[in-house]
Design a protein around this ligand. Structure first.
Ligand SMILES: Cc1ncc(COP(=O)(O)OP(=O)(O)O)c(N)n1
Ligand SMILES: Cc1nc(C(=O)O)sc1CCOP(=O)(O)O
Ligand SMILES: [Mg+2]
Length: 540
């Protein structure tokens, strides 16, 4: 059967490698197990094969693929592809040039190209629809399979950049698969996080080598991948991720929940924040623990109502932070990131980007300058770690907060005189391929919490960082069916109401700290949000 290009299903793309076969398995047996259990596209990639053996193996695999009505792609070798009448080839940046490949194969064969950079997307867009049909975007994560790679892992952020470039270049015909280090423990996060900023394009599929080719039970491994691909819902926390608008009664319910749960709130944070953050956590019924001990992080994440706050004001070792994010993601418990001074230095930016690409965060909280940097809407480098956000207009801040919320599929909180909260979790849902969207961006619910300016909040240390403690306490109190959006809005509203009350009672910044803890303590126990002199509303 000859496949027309729009018939190709890129969802589960098996790339072969006979050097990693388990005992008793053959190239054909592993491929057939894959074909029987949900593989939708096959690429024969045998880097150590001589031409004769590559040809003979190719004939065998082509017969198998034909029997299962699945296209066969040949890696690198255009001559072998022609000889076995394969359905197409895949070439990399160092292989035969695309225009030559197209000339040799003709217009109907499928051509795949390895892409990792924006300029490579620009090149394929300039060639137009007749050249590259699909791209392998990678490597996403580290892998032992590709020997002597000339590029480093790009993470989900790198994949998003390529998807954005395809949209910006108008290369709508190109299909995409992610490749490199993809396994059941990260595939859903990749599919969920990797979408273009305009919300129109998700990945069309994933390409795997070792997860199937090295498997003792290739059929089971394939079915696991297939189920994850088809589930289209990434439950990264064990509570609700609804995008529904908030009713005031839910703030009251959120406060009851944190009072009931008394959540464990693990802090990995800067030294200035530790003491005040712990006292703020206690004031809102949380139970703080300031621990950066890797050996206990998994145990802590398994404690009921556990939550983690990572504040990169003082940068803990990246491996410690990654271990903590992994532990809490595996335990399906919330992780909050406060990327203090995000763009102040390349070191901070690199560490925070590594973290953001490594795990799933339930909430990202920061100030206006940090949010604009995360959204890449400002090339203004930060001066120190204090926000210079006073001169940034609210429309820009709202836009940045929505971009960050969607890019990281999280609840983004931008603090200032007005606190903005954007929910980009999409309810945990993802899909494959391109989506028709209304307008030029996805629908991201955004709320504003306001009650007037509280300048004295900026006159004490750790007031911003301790909002992170409060949000993490509220998220930590959740279990299904409670919802994250309600909890975050309740935390931000309570925090601002307490700030306002304390400002009306204090005599200076010293007494403000004490009055602030008292106000948090008092308001959270009274639990009458209707009386607070702070309001939140949905921004339409
Ligand atoms: C689907 C897919 N994506 C990327 C690659 C890598 O191709 P290339 O860069 O040519 O490297 P080698 O595979 O030749 O080592 C691929 N093969 N398939
Ligand atoms: C063939 C290949 N190409 C890559 C790229 O980044 O272009 S990574 C890769 C190997 C992927 O193997 P595994 O699924 O075992 O990690
Ligand atoms: Mg190649």
């Amino acid at each position: 059967m000859v496949f027309t290009k729009d018939q190709v299903d890129y969802s589960l793309y098996l790339v072969t490698d006979s050097t990693m076969l388990p005992p008793g398995a053959t190239l054909s047996s592993q491929v057939e197990e894959g074909l029987m259990n949900g593989v939708t596209l096959v690429q024969i990639r045998e880097k150590d094969c001589d031409t004769k053996n590559f040809f003979h193996e190719g004939v065998l695999i082509k017969k198998l693929c034909t029997d299962y009505n699945v296209p066969l792609i040949v890696n690198d070798r255009v001559d072998v592809a022609l000889a076995i009448r394969a359905d197409g080839v895949h070439v990399g940046q160092d292989d035969m040039p695309i225009p030559v490949v197209r000339e040799l194969l003709g217009p109907d064969k499928i051509i795949g190209w390895s892409v990792s950079k924006v300029e490579e997307v620009e090149k394929l867009a300039n060639w137009g629809p007749g050249m590259v049909d699909n791209i392998g975007i990678g490597m996403v994560f580290p892998t032992q399979t590709k020997k002597n790679p000339k590029k480093s892992p790009m993470g989900t952020a790198g994949v998003i950049k390529v998807l954005d470039a395809l949209e910006n270049c108008g290369a709508s015909w190109v299909k995409t698969v992610a490749i490199g280090g993809l396994h059941p423990d990260n595939i859903q996060r990749v599919l969920y996080q990797c979408s273009s900023t305009n919300g129109r394009r998700y990945l069309d599929g994933i390409a795997v080598v070792s997860d199937i080719m090295a498997s003792e039970d290739a059929g089971l491994s394939t079915r696991i991948l297939r189920d994850l691909l088809d589930s289209n819902s990434y439950k990264f926390v064990d509570f609700g991720l609804s995008n529904e608008a908030l009713q005031v009664s839910n703030i009251n319910a959120a406060l009851h929940q944190v009072h009931f749960a008394r959540p464990l709130v693990q802090h990995m944070t800067n030294k200035v924040h530790q003491n005040f953050g712990a006292n703020v956590t206690l004031a809102v019924f949380g139970s703080p623990i300031m621990s950066e001990v890797v050996s206990e992080v998994k145990d802590l994440s398994n404690i009921p109502y556990a939550s983690l706050l990572i504040n990169t004001g003082t940068i803990a070792p990246l491996d410690v932070l990654k271990a903590a994010v992994t532990a809490y993601n595996e335990s399906k418990r919330p992780v909050v990131l406060d990327p203090v001074g995000y763009s102040a230095t390349p070191t901070r930016m690199s560490l925070n980007n590594d973290l953001l690409s490594y795990g799933q965060f339930s909430c990202i909280k920061c100030n206006a300058s940090e949010m604009l940097s995360l959204a890449e809407l400002s090339d203004e480098r930060m001066k120190g770690v204090d926000s210079s956000g006073s001169n940034i207009n609210n429309d820009t801040v709202i836009k940045a907060t929505k971009i960050v919320a969607y890019r990281y599929k999280t609840i983004a909180v931008c603090t200032g005189e007005y606190d903005f909260i954007a929910n980009g979790t999409m309810g945990g849902h993802y899909s494959l391929g391109t989506q028709e969207i209304r307008g030029d961006s996805p629908s991201i619910p955004c709320f504003v919490v306001h009650g007037g300016n509280i300048p004295i909040m900026g006159d004490i240390t750790a007031s911003g960082c301790s909002l992170g403690s409060t949000i993490t306490s509220f998220l930590g109190s959740l279990s299904f069916p409670n919802e994250a959006q309600n909890a975050v809005i309740a935390a931000v509203t309570l925090y601002k109401a307490a700030g306002k009350l304390a400002a009306s009672r204090c005599k200076g910044s010293g007494s403000f700290q004490v009055e602030f803890i008292d106000a948090l303590y008092q308001l959270s126990r009274e639990n009458i949000p209707e009386k607070w002199d702070v309001k939140y509303e949905l921004i339409l």
